[in-house]
Design a protein around this ligand. Structure first.
Ligand code: CAA
Length: 397
């Protein structure tokens, strides 16, 4: 018999600076209502010079490993680490190998990086479930981390952001059991992409919205055709959130496709708690749907134990998947709600000039020796590059 498999633990990290979108609106001469209401974003996390996907990913994963060490005295049970990102820091080496080293994990471990725009964390989840289903002794650590960057003064600029999640996939999961039926959709399109020679993404904004919604329909149709449950059997929904209004639009579309009889308040009640953290981090690409899951578990006032969540994961280009999971009894005792609220509240607010200087610094990086200024207040930092090798260190915080 196939074991019950799913997410056993889920942790969050973000960058240690924040830009209120009112600051950007003032610079751009745009009514802030367009950002706060129109796209549903109030802030974006902005990485310091010594933060990147590795430092954020390690910050999230360390919390899971600490808990595992407390329980088992070791983290050697993790024999696979999958790092999902589209903000890769090397064309060859997985960002996961840096995290593996920073966290002192055992050497009997396979570590690999996955990429397909904002979808790759879901690919990692599905691969992890397969590994655990084959041998229930296996534990797989998935890290999803991204820094969403668009050109200065472009229409995508207010939808930037940064965050990471880490989750542990095991048999008999304590948080969310993932159900086996999924619906898939792939379509070779150019809605959003980042060529190797650019540090910022290119996007066909309006087309990308339409592509997301079309892909949702394709994935949902296949999910149903393969025996997935009806809309009315799903209690909450969690979407990829490039900006939170996108999830609202997607849910409205799904309700229409499924022919469900739900007014605006009823539709919003099914997703509202999942939007709260992303509204403040900004887009975190492949991490965003799992930041949404954490936000849902932490902020939904209802007891979600035994309730089913529908997930729609979308990665431009494009690949998407619809699947479901059931929240497990006792899930609340595993959440780090206060720490996650602090991670958002304790970010240092920055002004427009600092934001712009940091944005421009990324493009100025040449690959020569570079000692990075010590700025982050987080536990890990990117110390710089020497002999073309990226160096990371613990900060002692
Ligand atoms: N008060 C309230 N609302 C306002 C307003 C105001 N003063 N001014 C404008 N608005 C509303 C508009 O009516 C609009 O709402 P609707 O979409 O509901 O009609 C909303 O604010 C946005 O306004 P515009 O459409 O005029 O905004 P824009 O043309 O500047 O671009 C965007 C919006 C296309 C999302 C742009 O931010 C963008 O290109 N973002 C990046 C691409 C993206 O995120 N695509 C999502 C799908 S692809 C994906 O999911 C992968 C990924 O992670 C990128």
């Amino acid at each position: 018999m196939t074991p019950r498999v799913g997410i056993h633990d889920l942790a969050f990290a973000t960058a240690h600076q924040v830009l209120d979108l009112a600051v950007l609106a003032e610079h751009s001469g745009v009514d802030v209502g367009k950002y706060y209401v129109g796209i549903g974003q109030s802030e974006m996390s902005v990485p310091c010079a010594d933060e990147d996907i590795v430092t954020m990913g390690a910050g999230a994963a360390a919390q899971i490993l600490d808990r595992l060490r407390e329980r088992d005295g070791t983290t050697d049970g993790i024999r696979t680490l999958l790092f999902a990102t589209e903000s890769g820091i090397d064309q060859s080496k997985s960002a996961g190998v840096f995290v593996h080293s920073l966290l002192g994990m055992g050497e009997n471990c396979r570590v690999v990086e996955l990429k397909q725009a904002c979808y790759s964390a879901t690919a990692a989840l599905q691969f992890a479930l397969g590994i655990v289903a084959r041998d229930p002794r296996e534990q797989v650590l998935v890290i999803a981390a991204d820094i969403a960057r668009y050109a200065l003064d472009s229409s995508g600029e207010p939808t930037q952001g940064a965050a990471a999640v880490a989750f542990l996939v095991t048999a008999d999961p304590a948080l969310v059991e993932i159900e086996p039926v999924t619906g898939l959709h792939t379509d070779d399109i150019a809605d959003f992409w980042r060529p190797n020679y650019l540090s910022t993404a290119l996007v066909d904004g309006k087309y990308s919205l339409a592509a997301y919604l079309r892909s949702l329909e394709g994935a949902w149709d296949e999910y149903r055709a393969r025996g997935g449950v009806g809309f009315e059997k799903i209690d909450r929904f969690c979407y990829h959130q490039p900006f939170t209004k996108m999830a609202v639009k997607a849910h409205d579309r799904l309700v229409a496709i499924a022919g469900a009889d739900l007014d605006k308040a009823g539709r919003l009640a099914q997703i509202e708690a999942s939007l709260r953290m992303n509204r403040r981090t900004g887009n975190s690409y492949t991490a965003s749907i799992y930041v949404g899951l954490l936000s849902l578990l932490e902020h939904d006032e209802a007891d979600l134990a035994g309730r089913r969540i529908g997930f729609f994961s979308y990665g431009s280009g494009s690949v998407s998947e619809f699947f479901t999971g059931v929240v497990q009894p006792g899930y609340r005792s595993l959440l780090r709600t206060e720490a996650d609220a602090r991670a958002l509240a304790d970010r240092t607010p920055i002004g427009y000039d600092r934001y712009r200087a940091l944005h421009e610094r990324v493009d100025a990086t040449t690959g020569g020796d570079d000692r990075t200024p010590a700025e982050t207040t987080g536990p890990f930092r990117f110390a710089g590059v020497s002999d073309h090798v990226r160096r990371y260190e613990r900060t002692g915080r």
